[in-house]
Write a protein that binds this ligand. Structure first.
Ligand code: MLT
Length: 409
């Protein structure tokens, strides 16, 4: 008899974004004449930068010739890309990360979920509420939780509410976690963490022998230079943190797929007797067994964002999205909404009016303005009564969507 993984039965609903897609498709089928503007899932709309496309083509051409053709690549990623990342994303900014600590992958979504596999099921996981739903869902799938309570919380997860009252910055939990997911700039609230804030977490993790799983997928959108882009800017972080970064939003790779994970050589976890084990070899073992790397042309394309031209082109696209965010934030505020985020992140976090629930607001905005956003409650119970707009959209759509929302009653 084939037994299923019953942890999957504990998951309370379908994954958030397909559920939104289902409702939107239903609406479009019933209203084929309506122009729906999508600002729900954070999916880029601008094409890949010219330098990236050029390198991508070159990579494909190399695959067409016997003397440059490549079969399986190194599981950890090609050295040329890992070295370019180490230099440009870290060392040139005074941050100590070396190429051998970088693992190239096809997405931070996969990595933030898969990483749980190398940590035992006895670990207590702490997550922010609201937050990117992958952390909670993969914790459930991995068997580290009980069932979902009526308040929307899974037994066994330590939730750290991020509310208007605490400025969407979590307090240190009262129950001690072993693994702590942090995401800055934050998805969905668009808030950022200062150096002092991150130092507090690094010191806490050091004291508790915990590990911080730091999702920095949106670091490229930070405008304020005093805000850390990497957790490794914080003293002591190399001993207690894994960092996840993505090319998806940074360089428009949502459909092309490339991300990386940094595991410092000093990072250790423990067995039940308290013996230390370096974490990096475990991840290497996992990846080399279950993953064969990202395709060569994609890695070649990714490396092009570190050329002088590539840097300029990518920065222009980021500036375009951040101008969208500015327009949206101003317009929504002028329409009377309480608005957060959007200054160092491509997400605008909006309080609904008159205590409307997130999903009711979703339906209203979809039905009356034909605009798609993401209900805050989909990111966790403390997101109830909030709504997320993504700044990844074409400018004319942003302007039109804001105009339509202004006219909502
Ligand atoms: C989001 O909209 O939260 C993200 O695009 C989802 C993702 O990156 O997987």
């Amino acid at each position: 008899m084939a037994l299923i993984n019953e942890n999957y039965l504990k998951l309370k609903a379908g994954y958030l974004f397909p559920e939104i897609g289902r409702r939107v498709n239903e609406f479009i089928a019933a209203n084929p004449d309506k122009k729906v503007i999508k600002m729900g899932i954070g999916d880029v709309t601008q094409p890949l930068a010219p330098s990236v496309i050029k390198a991508f083509h070159q990579g494909v051409d190399e695959m067409a010739k016997g003397d440059t053709f490549k079969g399986y690549g190194p599981e950890q990623g090609y050295a040329f890309l890992r070295e370019a990342i180490a230099k440009n994303s870290y060392q040139d900014k005074g941050v100590n990360v070396s190429a051998d600590e970088i693992f190239i992958s096809d997405g931070s979504k996969c990595d933030t979920g898969n990483i749980q596999e190398i940590f035992g099921n006895g670990n207590k996981i702490a997550i922010c509420d609201p937050v990117y739903p992958v952390y909670a869902d993969t914790t459930v799938m991995s068997g580290k939780t009980g069932t979902c309570q009526t308040n929307g919380y899974y037994d066994g997860i330590i939730y750290m509410p991020c509310t208007r009252e605490n400025g969407f910055i979590p307090e240190l939990p009262t129950e001690t976690p072993d693994l702590i997911f942090l995401c800055y700039p934050n998805n969905p609230t668009g808030t950022v963490a200062s150096k002092e804030e991150l130092k507090k977490w690094v010191d806490y993790a050091t004291d508790k022998k915990a590990i911080i799983l730091y999702d920095a997928a949106y670091e490229a959108f930070i405008q304020d230079n005093s805000i850390p882009r990497s957790i490794y800017e914080i003293e002591g972080a190399r001993k207690v943190a894994i960092e996840f970064r993505s090319f998806s939003k940074t360089a428009g790779f949502t459909g092309t797929r490339l991300a990386f994970t940094v595991i410092p050589n000093e990072l250790v976890a423990y067995d039940l007797l308290g013996n230390e084990y370096p974490v990096k070899p475990l991840w290497n073992r996992r990846q080399s067994t279950k993953f064969n790397g990202v395709s060569y042309p994609v890695q070649k394309a990714a490396a092009a964002i570190f050329t002088e031209e590539g840097k300029k082109e990518v920065a222009e696209v980021i500036a375009y999205y951040m101008e969208n965010a500015r327009i949206m934030k101003e317009s929504l505020a002028a329409t009377g909404y309480e608005v957060f985020g959007g200054e160092n992140a491509p997400y605008i976090w909006v309080k609904t009016k008159n205590g409307m629930t997130s999903w009711d607001f979703f339906d209203k905005v979809l039905n009356e303005a034909n605009v798609v956003g993401t209900p805050g409650s989909g990111f966790g119970p403390s997101g109830e009564g909030y709504f997320r707009f993504s700044a990844f959209a074409d400018r004319e759509n942003v302007l039109e969507a804001m105009e339509r929302i202004k006219n909502l009653h």
